[in-house]
Ligand binder design. Structure first.
Ligand code: NAG
Ligand code: NAG
Ligand code: NAG
Ligand code: NAG
Length: 140
């Protein structure tokens, strides 16, 4: 599970719990779904300005989450951070039950071999590190 988001849920849970303690407790969402990414696998290479797929397991999607849409963010692991680019999602609003999403790798990404993607359902799951390399044929 994505650590920052997990902390967020824990914080929300305890703040709701603390505030609601004297009165009737509201139901709290504890069923957090975190899709397991099956691709990209460690070390694969994506080329800018070409199509790529991210795939994930759908077998563990709970029935209540079948209609959830996903958000796919690109980041890179450095300085003990995922450095997620929250302003430029690779894909959003796609059905999680589909198990894959196709998109074009943004043309202006620089070479790194420590890229990751994080797929958010309610919570996020990070892929292993992989490489994106500029597509020299289509660079202007
Ligand atoms: C992504 O996956 C879909 C479904 O399997 C497939 O139709 C499509 O060709 C794939 N795209 C790429 C770039 O691999
Ligand atoms: C999911 O969406 C379908 C179609 O909109 C609807 O029939 C179904 O009840 C929804 N399921 C859940 C668990 O919300
Ligand atoms: C990591 O931290 C160092 C020192 O704070 C900084 O100079 C460097 O730019 C950071 N690297 C990345 C990839 O953020
Ligand atoms: C890539 O281009 C987008 C706009 O198309 C811009 O917002 C973004 O900052 C650029 N990213 C980099 C790493 O230059």
């Amino acid at each position: 599970m994505h650590a920052a988001l997990f902390s967020f849920f824990v914080a929300v849970f305890f703040s709701v719990f603390a505030r609601a303690a004297p009165v009737t407790t509201q139901p709290v969402e504890l069923l957090v779904f975190s899709p397991t990414i099956t691709s990209p696998t460690a070390g694969i290479v994506w080329i800018t300005n070409t199509k790529a797929n991210v795939t994930w397991l759908t077998s563990n999607i709970p029935a209540e989450k079948q209609n959830t849409t996903g958000l796919l963010l690109l980041g890179y692991e450095a300085n003990n951070s995922e450095n997620l680019d929250i302003y430029h999602p690779l894909a959003s609003q796609f059905p999680l039950a589909q198990g894959w999403v196709e998109f074009t790798v943004p043309s202006n990404l620089t070479y790194k071999n420590n890229y990751i993607v994080v797929l958010f359902g309610d919570s996020g799951n990070a892929s292993p590190q992989f490489t994106i390399t500029p597509n020299n044929a289509t660079q202007s």
